[in-house]
Design a protein around this ligand. Structure first.
Ligand code: PMP
Length: 988
C-alpha cells in the first residue's frame, strides 16, 4: 500500500521555463514562444506555445515513473494510429524519432516526453450538462473503451497502482481504522460493506486495458455556437488492465459529484456507452457499488492527504465527495439497478421478470368492491368550472367529485398526472413529479381491504402494511398499502410469519383522513417503494420495481391521450397542417398567461397573439355561456348584440370607417377587402410587402408571398421590399429610412401605372409579422397613403395580428404611423374574440355602396349573437383592465430587458417591436447578419423544456416572435428573460 500511496504524495521534478525551452529546441527542434505550467500528480507538465503556432505539452517525471510514461506514450501512439476518432493526444517524436527520452534534472535521473496539446476546457468547468452532452460523453467513453481494449492486446500490461479499484477494499479498510468511530469512519465502513462483494467480483468480469481515471478533469470539452461537446480525453497515466466496466463506473462516479440528478445523468451516459461496449448484466448490476467504491476511495484518500497535510490537490479535498458518497449510498439500489439495465438495453433482473410474468397471467381478486374512478388528471372535466390557477378551487372540486361518487368508493388511478401537482415545466432535476404512484383509495377510515392473492403478513411501518406473495418457487412480490393498518383479526393471528391470509380475506383497514395508496413491490417494500408522486420520465422505470397495481382494484391505469391524438391527426388531418414543436404538446387547459398540458406541466405563454385578454377570462367565458344559453342565430334577425358591438367597435376607428362586414376569419376579411377594392377601382393589380401572409383563400393566398412561393407569384401581384431597418437597404441609423422605403412602394405604383395596369390596392400589416416582426419606420405609411390617394389606389390595413391595442401606442396598428394614415379597409380577426371565431372588415359607406352593386352580403355565422357578445366583452375588458396601457409600458420594459441580454449574448442580433409585439433576431455574426436558424429552433425547444412557449418566424426562421396576452406582467417578462438567459448560458 505505502509504495503505491507514495506515488500520490511525492511531488514531480521541478524545472524552469528556460529549461523547458532549451529542452524542446535541442531534442525536438521546436522553438518555444510561451511556457505555461499545468497541474499534475506524478508528472510535471508544461503547455508550450511554439513560434510556429503549434502547441505541445511537455511532461517530466522521475525515472522511477519511466516505465509507466513510456507505456502511456505507446498506448497513445496506438490509439492515434488506429483510432483517429478517439480524441486523445498524439505523442510527438524527438528528432531521433523516439517517444521520450531520459534526462537529468538537478543530477537526478528523469524521463521526459512531449505530446500534442488538446484544445478545450475541463468538463468540470461546465455549469450544466445537456442531454446531448451526456450522450456525447457516453459515446466518447465507449469509443475510447473499444480502442483501449484493442490497444491493450498489443501493448505490454501496465503495473497496478494506488487508485486501482481492486485495492479499494484495502484503502477503505485503512480509512475505517484511521477514522475510528467518527461519522466519516462509519460511512466508510458502510461503503465497504456495500461494495465488498462487487469488488470481489471484479476479476471475474470481462477484462481490458482501461483509462482508469476518466473523471471530469480529464475530459475536455469545447463550446461552439452554444453546443458543448467532448473535445479531448487526457491523462492515461493510470491505465491498467482490469474489469472493463471500471472506466464507466469511474466516469459516472465523477459525474455524480455535484450533479442535481445523478441517476438520470448516469442513465443518459450508459445508454450511448453501451452502444459501443455492450456490457453484460453482471457488469451493469455492479455499476452502482463500483461508483460507491470509487467515490469512497477518493474521499478516504483525500481526508488522509488532508490529515497528513502533505499534498494540496484540491480535487482530493473536495467536501462534495462525502456528500456525493452519502447521496450514492442512499440511492435505492434495486431501482438504480433496473434504471441502469433499462439504459443499457438489458432485460429486467430474472426475479423481477418471473414475478411480472406471473402477475400477467394471474388476475387478482379486487381488494374492494363498489369502487369508481375519480378523474383528478389535468384534463379531467371535474375542473372545468374552476380557474386553473386557483389551487384551493381545484382541491375543493376534486373533493366534491369524490363525495359525489358515494356510496361507491372513489379511487384515483395509478400513473395519473394530477392537476393538483401541476407545476412550471422544467427538465432534469427540475422536472416535476406530477404522476401519482399507486392507486389512491378515498375510503372512510376503517374501510377494510381484502387480499388480492393469498399471502403472508409483513409488518412494515406504522401506517404501512404488506402482504408477501410467493405463489410458486422463484416468484415473490408484495401488495403494499400505505395509510392503513392490519384488521384486528389478522393482527391477532398474523404475527407468525407462516400465517397465510386467504384470497378475498379482509386484512387491512384504512386509517387517517388522506387516501390510502395501494401498490405492488417486487422487492421488500421497506426499502424500495416509489414516492407518492414521480416524474413522468421516470414512471416506466419505477414500474420495473413496483409494477402497475390497477388490477388489484379492478380498474384501468391512466393512459395519456397524446399518442392517440397524434395518430389520429396523422390519419385525418392534412400532412401540411403544422404543429408547434417537433414533440407537439397536448394542451388541456389554461388561465391568464399560463398553459397546462396533459402532463400537468405549466408553461408561460409568450406566443399567443389571439388570447389578447389572457386565457379563459372569466368575464368572456361567462358572456359566451350566457349568450349561448339565451339565443344564438344569424344576422337576418335583428338583435342588440350585433349593433351594440359594431357601435363600440367603430367608435375605436377614424370617423370615415363606419360600415362593418361581420365575418369569421382573417382570411375572409382580407378576401372581402381585396374583392371590394377591385370592384370599386375596376382594377386587378395588388401591391404587397415581401414575405407577408394575409390568409389561405385563393384571393388572399395570391397576395401572400409566404403562400405563393410554393406555387408561383400570380401575375397581378407585385412585391415591394420589407422596410427592414436591420437587414434591408436603409438601416436603423437612417432617419429618412421610412420615406426611402415608401419611395420604393411609390416607384412600384408608378411603374405599374406606366405599364397601363394601375394597382387596385396596397395591402400591408402595420407591423410585419411574416416579414419577421419588422417595425415600420416613421413616415412610411403616411408617405404611401398620400401617394396612393393621389393615384386612386386603395389601402388595406391588415390588423389581424396587431389590432386591439397590442401595439400599445394606439388601439389600431396603422394609427401608430400618424393621423394621416387613413386606410380604406381595416381587416381584423384573431384577438377580436380572444379565440372565439369572429372577424370583420370595416370600410367607408362610399365603398360599401359601390359594392352593393354586386348584390346582397350575408355570411351565416358572421355577427352571430354569441360571437358578438364575446367580442363586445373583449373590448370592455381591454378598456377596464387598461391592457393597451400595459402593452405600452410592460412591452417597452420587455425590450429593455432583452437588450440587456443582448449585451451578454452575441447571438442576439436585434431586439425590436412595439407594445406586446416584439422580435428577437438571432445571428451567428453581427456584421454578416448570418441567420442562426438552427439555433433559434433549438432555443425554442429548450425554452419549452424550461416551461416558456415561444416560436420562430421570418424568412429564415431565426426570429423569436413575442406576442403574449396583453395581461403579461413584469414578473412574466422577468421569468421569460431569466429563462432565455439560462438557455443561452447553458447551451445544449
Ligand atoms: N392576416 C394576417 C396578418 C395573419 O397573420 C393571418 C393569420 N395568421 C391572417 C390574415 C389570416 O387569418 P385567419 O387564419 O383567421 O384566416
Amino acid at each position: 500500500m505505502d509504495s503505491a500511496y507514495s506515488r500520490v504524495t511525492a511531488g514531480p521534478p521541478s524545472v524552469s521555463d528556460e529549461w523547458v525551452s532549451g529542452f524542446l529546441e535541442t531534442h525536438y527542434g521546436l522553438a518555444a514562444a510561451e511556457v505555461l505550467p499545468l497541474p499534475g500528480e506524478s508528472e510535471r507538465n508544461f503547455r508550450v506555445r511554439c513560434t510556429t503556432g503549434e502547441q505541445v505539452v511537455v511532461r517530466l517525471s522521475w525515472s522511477s515513473e519511466q516505465e509507466r510514461a513510456t507505456q502511456q506514450s505507446a498506448i497513445l501512439a496506438a490509439l492515434t494510429r488506429h483510432h483517429p476518432d478517439v480524441a486523445v493526444a498524439r505523442p510527438v517524436p524527438t528528432l531521433q524519432g523516439d517517444l521520450g527520452l531520459a534526462c537529468d534534472i538537478d543530477d537526478a535521473p528523469c524521463y521526459a516526453r512531449v505530446i500534442d496539446w488538446l484544445d478545450g476546457e475541463p468538463l468540470s468547468s461546465v455549469e450544466w450538462r445537456s442531454n446531448e452532452l451526456l450522450r456525447d460523453l457516453g459515446e466518447q467513453a465507449g469509443l475510447l473503451a473499444v480502442a483501449l481494449a484493442e490497444a491493450g492486446r498489443r501493448a505490454p500490461e501496465p503495473e497496478p497502482h494506488y487508485w486501482d479499484l481492486r485495492r479499494a477494499a484495502a484503502i477503505l479498510d485503512d480509512a475505517v481504522h484511521r477514522e475510528g468511530g467518527s461519522a466519516d469512519g462509519r460511512l466508510y465502513a458502510r461503503a465497504l460493506r456495500r461494495t465488498e462483494s462487487a469488488l470481489d467480483a471484479l476479476p471475474s468480469l470481462p477484462q481490458a486495458l482501461v483509462h482508469h481515471d476518466l473523471h471530469v478533469n480529464n475530459l475536455l470539452v469545447r463550446t461552439e455556437q452554444h453546443r458543448t461537446r467532448v473535445s479531448g480525453i487526457i491523462d492515461l497515466g493510470d491505465a491498467i488492465v482490469t474489469a472493463r466496466v471500471c472506466d464507466l463506473a469511474i466516469l459516472l462516479a465523477s459525474l455524480c459529484r455535484a450533479s442535481p440528478d445523478p441517476i438520470h445523468e448516469s442513465a443518459a451516459v450508459i445508454a450511448t456507452y453501451c452502444k459501443h461496449v455492450p456490457l453484460n448484466e453482471d457488469e451493469v448490476d455492479l455499476l452502482l457499488p463500483l461508483m460507491i467504491a470509487r467515490t469512497a476511495t477518493v474521499a478516504a484518500t483525500g481526508s488522509r492527504l488532508a490529515a497528513e497535510a502533505a499534498h494540496g490537490d484540491p480535487r482530493h479535498r473536495s467536501p462534495l465527495l462525502l456528500a456525493s458518497l452519502t447521496q450514492l449510498m442512499s440511492a435505492r439500489g434495486e431501482f438504480v439497478r433496473e434504471v441502469f439495465r433499462a439504459a443499457a438495453g438489458l432485460p429486467l433482473t430474472s426475479a423481477s421478470k418471473r414475478a411480472l410474468d406471473w402477475l400477467g397471467e394471474h388476475s387478482p381478486e379486487p381488494m374492494l368492491q363498489h369502487t369508481a374512478v375519480v378523474d383528478g388528471s389535468s384534463a379531467s372535466r371535474v375542473f372545468d368550472d374552476v380557474n386553473a390557477g386557483d389551487l384551493a378551487g381545484i382541491r375543493s372540486a376534486l373533493q366534491q367529485a369524490i363525495e359525489a361518487i358515494a356510496p361507491a368508493i372513489a379511487v384515483g388511478r395509478h400513473g395519473e398526472p394530477r392537476l393538483l401537482e401541476s407545476r412550471a415545466r422544467g427538465t432534469g432535476a427540475a422536472e416535476q413529479p406530477t404522476r401519482a404512484y399507486g392507486v389512491r383509495v378515498h375510503a372512510a377510515p376503517g374501510t377494510t381491504l381484502s387480499a388480492p392473492y393469498p399471502g403472508v403478513i409483513e409488518a412494515i411501518g406504522s401506517e404501512v402494511v404488506a402482504l408477501r406473495h410467493e405463489p410458486e418457487p422463484g416468484v415473490r412480490f408484495w401488495t403494499v398499502v400505505t395509510g392503513a393498518t392490519l384488521t384486528d383479526t389478522v393482527a391477532r393471528i398474523g404475527t407468525r410469519s407462516d400465517d397465510q391470509v386467504d384470497v378475498g380475506q379482509p386484512w387491512a383497514t384504512t386509517i387517517g383522513e388522506g387516501p390510502a395508496t395501494v401498490a405492488l413491490a417486487l422487492h421488500h417494500p421497506s426499502g424500495d417503494l416509489p414516492p407518492r408522486f414521480v416524474r413522468a420520465s421516470e414512471l416506466p422505470l419505477w414500474e420495473r420495481i413496483s409494477p402497475d397495481p390497477s388490477a388489484l382494484l379492478g380498474i384501468e391505469r391512466w393512459v395519456g391521450r397524446r399518442a392517440r391524438i397524434i395518430d389520429s391527426r396523422a390519419a385525418h388531418l392534412p400532412r401540411t397542417h403544422p404543429t408547434y414543436f417537433e414533440q407537439p404538446i397536448d394542451m388541456v387547459r389554461a388561465h391568464e398567461c399560463t398553459f397546462i398540458d396533459e402532463e400537468g406541466n405549466r408553461y408561460l405563454d409568450a406566443l399567443n397573439n389571439v388570447t389578447l385578454v389572457g386565457h379563459c377570462h372569466p368575464r368572456l367565458t361567462d358572456a359566451a355561456r350566457r349568450q349561448l344559453g339565451r339565443l344564438n342565430t344569424n344576422s337576418r334577425f335583428v338583435y342588440d348584440a350585433l349593433t351594440d358591438y359594431i357601435e363600440r367597435l367603430t367608435a375605436t376607428l377614424p370617423e370615415h370607417l363606419q360600415v362593418a362586414y361581420m365575418l369569421n376569419s382573417g382570411s375572409e376579411a382580407n378576401d372581402l377587402a381585396l374583392t371590394m377594392a377591385r370592384h370599386v377601382t375596376g382594377r386587378d393589380d395588388i401591391v404587397v410587402i415581401a414575405d407577408a401572409y394575409h390568409g389561405y383563400t385563393r384571393t388572399v393566398a395570391d397576395v401572400s408571398p409566404a403562400r405563393y412561393k410554393h406555387y408561383g407569384k400570380p401575375e397581378h401581384t407585385h412585391e415591394v421590399p420589407a422596410p427592414d431597418r436591420y437587414r434591408g437597404e436603409f438601416r436603423y441609423g437612417d432617419a429618412e429610412a421610412g420615406v426611402k422605403y415608401a419611395r420604393q412602394v411609390i416607384e412600384t405604383f408608378d411603374r405599374l401605372i406606366a405599364e397601363g395596369r394601375p394597382p387596385a390596392a396596397f395591402i400591408y400589416e402595420p407591423l410585419l409579422a411574416g416579414g419577421g416582426q419588422v417595425v415600420l419606420p416613421p413616415g412610411y405609411l403616411a408617405t404611401i397613403q398620400r401617394a396612393a390617394d393621389e393615384r386612386g389606389i386603395l389601402t388595406i390595413a391588415d390588423e389581424v395580428q396587431v389590432g386591439f391595442g397590442r401595439l400599445g401606442e394606439a388601439f389600431w396598428g396603422f394609427q401608430t404611423q400618424g393621423p394621416e394614415v387613413t386606410p380604406d379597409f381595416v381587416t381584423m380577426g384573431k384577438a377580436m374574440g380572444n379565440g372565439f371565431p369572429v372577424a370583420a372588415m370595416v370600410t367607408t359607406r362610399g365603398h360599401s355602396e359601390r359594392f352593393d352593386e354586386r348584390g346582397r352580403f350575408f355570411a351565416t355565422y358572421g355577427g352571430n349573437p354569441a360571437s358578438c357578445a364575446v367580442a363586445l366583452e373583449m373590448l370592455k375588458i381591454v378598456e377596464d383592465e387598461q391592457l393597451q396601457q400595459n402593452a405600452l409600458v410592460v412591452g417597452e420594459y420587455f425590450r429593455e430587458q432583452l437588450r440587456e441580454l443582448a449585451k451578454r449574448h452575441e447571438l442576439i442580433g436585434d431586439v425590436r417591436g412595439q407594445g406586446f409585439y416584439s422580435g428577437i433576431e438571432f445571428v451567428l455574426d453581427r456584421d454578416a447578419l448570418t441567420p442562426a436558424s438552427e439555433e433559434t429552433l433549438k432555443i425554442c425547444d429548450r425554452l419549452k423544456d424550461e416551461g416558456v412557449l415561444v416560436y420562430p418566424t421570418g424568412a429564415w426562421w431565426n426570429i423569436l416572435k413575442l406576442k403574449p396576452p396583453l395581461t403579461f406582467s413584469r414578473d412574466d417578462v422577468d421569468r421569460f428573460c431569466r429563462t432565455l438567459d439560462l438557455v443561452l448560458r447553458r447551451g445544449w
